[in-house]
Design a protein around this ligand. Structure first.
Ligand SMILES: Nc1ncnc2c1ncn2[C@@H]1O[C@H](COP(=O)(O)OP(=O)(O)OP(=O)(O)O)[C@@H](O)[C@H]1O
Ligand SMILES: [Mg+2]
Length: 345
């Protein structure tokens, strides 16, 4: 399976991948990273707010990998009581603990030769983290209640909407596991940082829900698109998707009737106050870049960091250097963020 694309970042995804909408530079940059890492055996850490598409991207990484013919198993670490997580991951022998009436195969064994998607990895208890690190590094583990060491060949894709580096600083996540997991981090930008993708997403969801509900909707009013595009969507694509589902239910004719009063209008230039350190960092970098017309070298000087570090941050934060939210240096001859990246921090 192949991920093709031209030098300007056009991406053609294989037909049997989940349908992914998005042509903003920030999203193309994500797809480019997916295309780079998917064929390797490396662990991938997908970070992003809730509803940004982390699971969809995990599916794409597996689908574009040489393991695509093998299973992609998913385990939501937040959904399993912490006492049961170890047995869920590594399995157990009969009698290993009270209630272990039969032997059980864990996910690492079931996913052998395939991919294991560890969702909400930030919720994995501290005492279990060394065991996970061991299986990542040595590809070996024991079932609970057994001394026999088992080998496995599993590729790990992990996802989180928590700030793992902050959790490391707070002693809530082991640094060694964090560094092992974040060999290749992919940051999914929130929808409010890629508003360009909103119209296509609206069309996609209107078509999908109209078909499912057997309705014929031919027109999406421009004012509806504008209002939706201005909104901040804290629940990201999932929230937008549910909003459109509601709109399609409410529509009786050929024109989409979206419940726009639900949306709080957000003025173009008044981005919501940053709430996390990462958002504050992003908005500060954007402000400085707008002062330098998108040029990295002078911006790096003002920010007091090497240009390569700024480039890495820009890429990681999904900042679109050719067309940003601030929009002040549109068309400036800045380095496009979706070029193949040769600089890693
Ligand atoms: N690029 C995309 N194009 C179309 N639909 C998308 C895209 N990304 C995500 N979606 C849809 O948005 C919804 C949320 O995606 P997903 O479950 O992958 O998000 P998530 O980041 O894993 O969320 P959470 O953190 O809450 O688990 C899904 O219904 C998914 O199909
Ligand atoms: Mg998810």
């Amino acid at each position: 399976m192949k991920l093709g694309g031209d030098n300007r970042g056009g991406i053609a995804l294989s037909h049997n991948l989940p349908h992914m909408i998005g042509s903003s530079a920030a999203f193309r940059n994500v797809l480019r990273q997916v295309g780079l890492v998917a064929p390797t055996e490396e662990t991938v850490l997908i970070e992003g707010e809730t509803g940004t598409g982390k699971e969809v991207i995990a599916g794409a990484i597996h689908g574009l990998s040489p393991r695509s013919g093998r299973p992609l198993l998913k385990l939501n670490c937040a959904a399993i009581p912490s006492g049961l997580l170890e047995s869920e991951l590594f399995g157990h022998e009969r009698g290993a603990f009270t209630g272990a009436l039969t032997q059980r195969i864990g996910r690492f064994e079931s996913a052998d030769q395939g991919t294991l998607f560890l969702d909400e990895i930030g919720d994995i208890p501290l005492d279990l983290q060394p065991k996970l690190l061991r299986v990542l590094q040595e590809q070996e583990f024991e079932r609970l209640g057994s001394n026999r060491t088992l080998q496995c060949n599993v590729r790990i894709v992990a996802a989180t909407n928590r700030n793992l580096s902050r959790m490391v600083a707070e002693g809530k996540f082991r640094a060694d596991l964090y560094y092992r997991l974040s060999i290749f981090p992919i940051h999914l930008p929130p929808l409010r940082h890629r508003r360009d993708d909103v119209p296509a997403l609206i069309r996609h969801f209107v078509e999908a829900y109209a078909q499912r509900m057997n309705k014929q909707i031919d027109v999406i009013p421009q004012a509806t698109i504008d209002a939706i595009q201005r909104h901040d969507w804290p629940g990201n694509i999932r929230q937008l998707q549910n909003f459109i589902a509601r709109a399609v239910i409410l529509t009786s004719g050929a024109v989409l009737e979206a419940p726009l009063s639900e949306l709080q209008r957000v003025e173009d230039n008044v981005a919501s106050e940053p709430t996390t350190l990462e958002e504050a960092e992003r908005s500060h970098i954007l402000r400085i870049l707008s002062e330098t017309n998108g040029r990295l070298a002078p911006a790096a000087k003002i920010l007091g960091m090497p240009r390569t570090t700024l480039f890495y941050k820009v890429r990681r934060l999904g900042i679109d250097l050719t067309r940003t939210e601030v929009g002040q240096w549109r068309g400036a001859s800045a380095l496009p963020v979706d070029r193949p990246v040769s600089v890693m921090a």
